[in-house]
Design a binder for this molecule. Structure first.
Ligand code: AMP
Length: 220
């Protein structure tokens, strides 16, 4: 455990590679990967009251209301494995969420240490999303064109079944990108002003992006 907890945020539009990169970074950082989208999807399976409110928003590609998202992520961050901090992916997505996070961390005398802003042009995002496939067992991600598994539909790492997320249709993706520009992109200037944000070119091979991210993390 770190003496000072470390909170690192992966920021970027849908399909900028946050999830893929988080899995790679998590090993190097020894921080738990806290992905709000994964938390929602996990909770959806268990039909908790919290997530019943979220389902319609998610399926339309809209943001779940702040109070629901904040409650869910804060509950996760208060678990013992997050005592040393976390690698946040998909949260915060609005200024209100960022302020709630800041207030909660301040109570622990902690703060956001680094925001890695993954930059990818919109047209690249749509192609990426519609071809994305995920492993049901371990969460590893593949692409039908750019990152094919050795055997179609099967995870190379654990043999699990690959699936397409229900919110990964072209129509939903376009909504999610619009939502990103309207509600999430203001976080770029918010964190830039705080001096904790770095831009990372996300339109390059996965390994190159990982290298760039690791180089920034090493400066902490
Ligand atoms: P993701 O897996 O991060 O792309 O998230 C999938 C969906 O979950 C989003 O399109 C939203 O509907 C919802 N979601 C995830 N994280 C948040 C958040 N921080 N605030 C609001 N909605 C969220």
């Amino acid at each position: 455990m770190h003496a000072d907890p470390q909170y690192i945020i992966l920021l970027g539009p849908p399909a900028s590679g946050k999830g893929t990169q988080a899995i790679k970074l998590q090993q190097a950082l020894e921080l738990p990967h806290v992905a709000s989208g994964d938390l929602f999807r996990y909770n959806l399976k268990h039909d908790t009251e919290l997530v019943l409110r979220a389902k319609g928003y998610m399926n339309r590609g809209e943001l779940v209301p702040d109070d629901v998202s904040i409650r869910m992520v804060m509950a996760r961050l208060s678990q013992p494995d997050c005592e040393g901090g976390a690698l946040l992916d998909g949260f915060p997505r609005t200024i209100a969420q960022a302020e709630a996070l800041e207030a909660a961390l301040a109570e622990e005398e902690a703060q956001v240490n680094l925001v890695l802003n993954i930059v990818v042009p919109d047209d690249v995002l749509v192609e990426r999303v519609t071809g994305l496939r995920l492993c049901r067992e371990c969460g590893a991600s593949y692409h039908i064109k750019f990152l094919q598994p050795q055997e179609a539909g099967i995870c190379d790492k654990c043999g699990g079944e690959l699936y397409q997320r229900p919110d990964d249709t072209e129509e939903t993706v376009r909504t999610r990108i619009t939502v990103y520009w309207e509600q999430t992109s203001p976080l770029v200037s918010y964190y830039r002003q705080q001096g904790v944000l770095v831009d990372i070119d996300g339109d390059q091979p996965v390994g190159k992006v990982t290298e760039a991210l690791k180089a920034e993390v090493a400066t902490l």
